[in-house]
Every structure is written in C-alpha cells, then in structure tokens.
Design a protein around this ligand. Structure first.
Ligand code: FES
Ligand code: FES
Length: 165
C-alpha cells in the first residue's frame, strides 16, 4: 500500500489518512507544531500563512493536504541556515527595521525568498509587486522593501544551481 508523504524543511513526513481532510495551515501548526506559519484571515486574503511549495509561495490556509503529497514544503523554520544562524534575508529584515509585531514577517520573508531565488536582482517595483498579496498592518511597507533589497547580494553571490536556502 502506498504511504502518502511529503517533505517539510528537508525531512520526509508521513501524511496520515486523517490529515488529508486538513488544510496545510492546520497540519503545519497543529500536527507538526510549526507555528511560524500564521493564521491571519483563514480565507486566502492576507498572505500571513504563506509557505513555499516546490519553491513557490502558496497560502497554506486554502491549500488542502492532497495537494502537498510528494512535494517539498519550506516553512520559516526551515529557512534558518544549517549552522543555526538566521538566513541573511531574515537578518536583513531585522537590520532594516522591517519587523514590528512580526505577524506578517514569516509570509513576507518566504514570498521574498521565492522571488530572490528566481531573480536575485529585482527592481524595487518588482519587489513591491510580488509582495502586494502580503498585508502588513504595522510597517508601512517601505522597510520591508528595503530589507529585500539589502538581501539581494547574498542571492547574487550564490550559484543558482546550488541554492536551496
Ligand atoms: S491566513 Fe491564509 S491568506 Fe490570510
Ligand atoms: S509587522 Fe505587524 S503586521 Fe507586519
């Protein structure tokens, strides 16, 4: 019998039959205890639940578990570098003052990470456009755009073919 599984932050995880009725958001938070993914609106409107599915941003609150079988999920917990230090993009958010309450931050960071993996040298306009679906009630967005710009050097320096994080 085939066992349903998926990869979360580089680890293969079995999906139980009873998990198939859950959203990815509930599964990550309540089954795997990965609470970095946030539940803002629950209807796909705010972006706070964004995670990467095969390196593309998805809204975990409206993603059903049948869609993640045999795929690769990256959450904010998995973005941390292998030595345990913050990813340069996370550090850039801190350095640019782009975090206030922090509720939107995991979704913002992962959406920006997906952009920079594909395009390590985006214009400010491109950054703004990609992040339009991620709402922030605190920062006024400028510092968030600044943070993504600050991190571009890291992505430019790494060859694309070896880039996972
Ligand atoms: S919680 Fe998923 S988009 Fe708002
Ligand atoms: S920092 Fe509070 S919602 Fe963005």
């Amino acid at each position: 019998m085939k066992i349903d599984q998926t990869t979360v932050n580089d680890k293969k995880i079995r999906i139980r039959k009873s998990d198939l009725g859950l959203t990815l958001l509930v599964w990550l938070r309540e089954v795997l205890d990965l609470t970095g993914v946030k539940n803002g609106c629950g209807i796909g409107a705010c972006g706070s639940c964004t995670v990467l599915l095969d390196k593309r941003p998805v809204r975990a609150c409206i993603t059903t578990m049948d869609r993640v079988i045999d795929r690769e999920i990256l959450t904010i917990e998995g973005l941390t570098l292998s030595d345990g230090s913050l990813h340069p993009l996370q550090q850039a958010f801190i350095d640019a003052g782009a975090i206030q309450c922090g509720f939107c931050t995991p979704g913002m960071v992962l959406t920006a990470h997906a952009l920079l993996l594909n395009n390590p040298n985006p214009s400010r306009e491109e950054i703004r456009k990609v992040l339009t679906g991620n709402l922030c009630r605190c920062t006024g967005y400028q510092q968030i755009i600044d943070a993504v710009e600050r991190a571009t050097g890291y992505y430019q320096a790494k060859p694309k073919r070896v880039m996972k994080r």
